[in-house]
Design a protein around this ligand. Structure first.
Ligand code: NAD
Length: 482
């Protein structure tokens, strides 16, 4: 398929935000070939030169941050502060990679009585970065920055649901980099498949949903191309019996679920509260939500939650709530609406907290990826941990307690790639903390030293001591003793 991808504002469906060209497979092929040629020169440069170019690339983006944030808000429906925060964090991350990559990617030399060993960190070649719509800038930067620092070229394929701000951002970054080293192609499955299956792609870095991930991993396997997969989660929140339910932590917990209308991989998606504190919790939660949660146009002042991304998403989420209610749950409205927004003009879904829902309801058992959250009760700590660990997904989780040691002890028992204590979602992240899932939430890591090392393969040069300086060594076919 060729032609153009058009994007309308999910908060005001009558507003066309922009268009981008959709890449046919032949165009994807040309882009990858150009990237491959550029990578061969780039890989020969010194890492100091590469990170200096990355810093210059950040400088090229930074002055446009306000315009990029507004564009992202209009194409995705995420509130403006959210978009500014995402882009600012992406630039901070890129600078952090520029600082850390020379250390993480340095050759390691070992020369001792056992011989001489050189560990080299070599690039894969062209990295295909396939990203979802919900945080297109940071999720692309998590791949672009370490991949370029390690000497790779990168071709980004963003989601057609939010292609505009990342398109502009990649072009700004590229203006400070060698030609064709960093490029963007647009499209859905056809363009994605052409990229993933391309024989000159050396690694595929994918963030998105589980169903797409399986298709991507299978296509990569046709060329034995390695992948890193960052997928969805169904993050449990474990409020221990001594959890602080005062307004400040409750406001944090509310936004951990409803930021970006709940469309965040590591959103707080299932709330477990002690049975004895259920009513107290619900009252405290709803009160905190009245203070911080305001549904409306993402560009309006004071709005903290916008629409969901598509009509399909809105229908899916309202269907999940209706199903939960049909199973005996009670859907409580959460937060308030901005009086200046026409909620009929976009894909707005009123946020809800659902109590009394059975644990096998899809709202609990699956990733809802929207502004509705189930509250579940427990009596016993072992039962709590077992239920939190139920299911195929293991991205994030959180434990809330007045006693940090107790929280850490419970955290150690959870099947999750990242456990937050007394917070959840982006407020608990750190540049130095590797992020990624266990179980079916994916493999490989972003952020931290591991997120940089993900884009280099360790290669070895070895001179065994026994064969040095004329040593005869062991018999030709013997294994070494150490
Ligand atoms: P998606 O899986 O629908 O799309 C992801 C990307 O894959 C898009 O760019 C899409 O165009 C592309 N794609 C689709 N078919 C393809 C194919 N055949 N070959 C190659 N590429 C193809 O995901 P989405 O709806 O945009 O994002 C939502 C999901 O992403 C949620 O499950 C969420 O939890 C997850 N997510 C995970 C993380 C994380 O870090 N773990 C971060 C954000 C989102």
């Amino acid at each position: 398929m060729t032609g153009r991808i058009t994007r309308h504002n999910p908060a005001r469906l009558y507003e066309l935000v922009g268009t981008v060209p959709s890449a046919a497979p032949a165009r994807v092929d040309a882009v990858v070939r150009a990237a491959d040629a550029a990578q061969r020169t780039w890989a020969r440069t010194d890492i100091a030169e590469r990170v200096a170019a990355l810093r210059a690339a950040v400088d090229a983006v930074e002055p446009e941050l306000p315009q990029l944030a507004e564009l992202l808000a209009r194409e995705s429906g995420k509130v403006l502060a959210d978009c500014r925060g995402e882009i600012g964090f992406a630039l901070t991350f890129l600078r952090w990679v520029a600082d850390q990559a020379p250390r993480v990617l340095a050759d390691t030399a070992l020369d001792d009585a056992a011989g001489r060993l050189l560990l080299r960190r070599r690039p894969y070649g062209v990295v295909a970065a396939i990203t979802p719509w919900n945080a297109p800038i940071i999720l692309s930067f998590l791949k672009i920055a370490p991949a370029l620092a390690a000497g790779n070229a990168v071709v980004v394929k963003p989601s057609p649901l939010a292609p505009l701000a990342i398109d502009r951002t990649v072009r700004l970054l590229s203006s400070a980099l060698p030609d064709a080293l960093l490029q963007v192609v647009h499209g859905e499955a056809e363009a994605g498949a052409a990229l993933v299956g391309h024989p000159l792609v050396g690694k595929v870095a994918f963030t998105g949903g589980a169903a797409t991930a399986r298709v991507v991993a299978a296509a990569a396997a046709t060329q034995t191309t390695p992948t890193v997969l960052e997928l969805g989660g169904n993050d449990p929140v474990l409020l221990l019996d001594d959890a602080d339910l005062s307004p400040e932590p409750m406001r944090r917990l509310v936004m951990a679920s409803y930021a970006t209308s709940g469309q965040v991989c590591m959103a707080a998606k299932r709330l477990y509260v002690p049975e004895t504190r259920h009513d107290e919790f619900v009252a405290a939660y709803l009160q905190a939500a009245d203070e911080v949660l305001c549904l409306g146009d993402p560009l309006a002042d004071g709005v903290s939650m916008g629409p969901v991304v598509t009509a399909e998403a809105a229908a899916r989420i309202t269907g999940l709530v209706a199903d939960a209610v049909a199973r005996g749950g009670r859907a409580l409205p959460v937060g308030r609406a901005d009086p200046g927004t026409d909620l009929r003009a976009g894909h707005f879904v009123a946020p809800t907290l659902v109590t009394g829902v059975p644990e096998d309801a899809p709202l609990v058992a699956e990733e809802q990826f929207g502004p509705t959250v189930p509250v579940l009760t427990y009596r016993d700590a072992d039962d709590l941990v077992a239920r939190a660990n139920t299911g195929e997904l293991g991205l994030g989780a959180s434990v809330w307690s007045a006693d940090e040691e107790r929280a850490f002890a419970v955290a150690r028992r959870l099947d999750a790639g990242f456990v937050f204590v007394n917070t959840h979602n982006r407020t608990g992240m750190a540049l130095r903390a590797p992020f990624g899932g266990v179980k079916r939430s994916g493999y490989g890591r972003e952020y931290g030293d591991e997120g940089i090392a993900e884009y280099a393969q360790t290669c070895v040069v070895h001179a065994p001591a026994v064969f040095r300086a004329g040593g005869a060594g062991a018999a030709a076919n013997a294994y070494p003793s150490s």
